[in-house]
Write a protein that binds this ligand. Sequence first.
Ligand code: F6R
Length: 606
Amino acid sequence: MCGIFGYMGPKQASPILVEGLRKLEYRGYDSSGIAIKNGDFKIYKKIGKVAELQSILPKQIPGNVGIAHTRWATHGGVTDPNAHPHLSENGKVVIVHNGIIENARIFRSILTRKGVVFHSETDSEVISHILEYELARDNSPTKALRRTLSKLVGTWGLCAIFLEHDVMVCARNGSPLIIGQGDGETFVSSDPHALSTHTQRVVFMEDGDIATLTHDNITMSNIHGHSLDTDVTILEEEWEEAVLGDFEHYMLKEIYEQPDALRQCINGRFDRVRGNGRLGGLKLTPLELSKLPHVRLLGCGTANHAAEIGGFLIESLARIPSFAHISSEFRTNEPVINPNALHFAVSQSGETADTLSAVKEILLKGGKVHGVINVVGSSIARLCGQGVYIHSGPEQAVASTKAFSNMVTALTIFAIQVGRSRTLSKEKGKEIIDNLQQLPHLIEEYLEHQGPIMEAVDLVKHAKCVLFLGRGISAPVAKEGALKLMEVAYIPCLAYPAGEMKHGPIALLEEGSPVIFVVPNDHVKEKSRSAIHECRARGAKIILIHEAGDDISGEGDINIPIPQVNNYLSPMLSVIPLQLIAYHTALALGCDVDRPRNLAKSVTVE
Ligand code: F6R
C-alpha cells in the first residue's frame, strides 16, 4: 500500500529517503518518487520498483529536507505523473498523501476554473494546490494545513514541505503516520519499521492530529487548533532488517520460518500445571468469561481465514457461539454489538482499514475488542489496547504465511484460556498445550519431507480453475490455500466446504480438473472421503493432503502426507503444503512471487 517517508536534518536527505522507500517496498506499490528542497523542489518520480526510481536519480541531490512516497494506484492509472510527490501550482508546496480524498472531484473543477493546471489524475494533487492557496492567506504552514484539511472529506496520512518555510507538516486521519525524533533530525514514516534504523523515539499520530516538524522540534496540535502534548514513546519491538539469506524469495523464507515463529508465539504463554493458556492480554475476569454470550472475530483475507479457525476452536473448546466476519462486510452491515460479548480483531499489519473501521464501529457501540496483531504499536493494536501480539517477526512477502500460523496459534491459546474458565478440563487443556509445543518440530519434520509438491504444481499450473475443499476446521484451510495460489500464481481458484461441493461447484468438474482436498484424520474424514469419490467419478484429479499412515492415503492421484497431528492443531500443518504449492506454481509460471501484481501488503484504504 502507499508509503510515506520524510526527513529534515543535517544530513543529505536523498539517500535517507531512498533507503526509507526500500523499507516500505514490502507493503506493495506500483510507483515511487521523492522531492528534495534545494532552491526549488527537485522532484523525481517513476513507475515500477524503487530501483527504477534510483536509476533516474542524479548521483547527488543536495538538500537536507525531503519527502518520499510509494504509490499503490487508487485514483488514476499507474503512470509517472500520477506518482507522488505532487507540486502546487506556483511550486511553493509539495505533498505526499496516503488515503483517498472523496471530494477531490469538486475541488478539481473549482481549481481548474481558477486556472490551476493539473499534472496528474490523482485525488491527492488537489491538496497541494489548496494548501498553497491557504498558505498565501497568512503564511503559516500549520494553519494553512488546518484550513485545507477542514475542506477535505476522506482519509489521509499526509506530509508537506514548503519552499519558503523550514518546516514539514504532517496530518493523520485514517492512514498511519509516525514521527521519529533523532538527534537534531526528525523523520516521518507510515511504517514504524522504516524508522527503527534511525531512532527508537517515536510519536504515533492519532486521527485528527497535526504535527509540525523542524529539524530539532516536534509540535503537536489537532485539526481544531488545540495544542497537544508530544507523546514520545520508545519503539517496543525492534525488528531486524529482513534479509533473504540463502532463500530465493521472502515467501519461501517465511514458509520455512514458521517453526521458529511459532516458538516465539507460544513462548511463556502456557500454565502447564493448570492446563491453561497464559495470555496477559485477555482482559476479562473469569466471571465475565463465564457469562460471554458469544465471540466475534474480524479480519480480511488470510486474517479472516485464521479468524474462522479461531472461531471454530473457541466454539469447540470453550462452548461459546463464535462467528468470524469479513471486516468490510461487518462494519457496513449495521451489526448489533453486545457489550458483554468478546470481539477479536485479527490483523498482521494492524493497519488494514476495513478491520480498523470495524473495530471503531464496535467501540462506538460500547463493545470491547481484543487485538490479535503482528505489528507492535500499529493502529489496530493501539486502538484495541488489549489483546495479543503474535510475534511472527517481519513478514516481507505480500502473501501472508507465517502470520497465518501464528494468528491461529494465538487464537488457539485464547480458546484454551477461555475454555478453561468454562468447561474445558485441565487434562484436555494440557493435552492441547503439549501438542502445541510439539508443533514446531512437526512442521520442521514436514519441511524436510514435503512429498510430491512438484507433481501437484504440474497438475495445477495450467488449470482453468482449481477447486480447494475441506471440512470442519479444514474448510478455512482450503480457503487459505485457494487465496495463496490465486494471489501469487493468478490461477482462478475456488474454495468450498467439502459438503457444499455437490450443491454447485461439482458442475465445474471435467476430465483432469484438479481438486485439492485437505483431509486430516478427524471426525469428518469419512465425509470428505465420499466427496473425493464424487469428484473422481467426474474425472477430477485429486491432490490429497492427509496425515502420514492414515487409511485415506491413496485416495488421491497425488498424495501429500503431513505428520500425524492433534485434531485441533491440524491447520498449522495442513496449510504448509498449500503454501508450497502456491509458491512453486508461481515460480513455474514466472510470476513475481514476493510482489504479486495489483496487491499490497497492507491495505490502508477501505
Ligand atoms: C493474503 C494477504 C491478505 C491479508 C489481508 C489482511 O496473503 O496477505 O489477504 O491477509 O489484506 O491483512 P492484515 O492481516 O494485515 O490485516
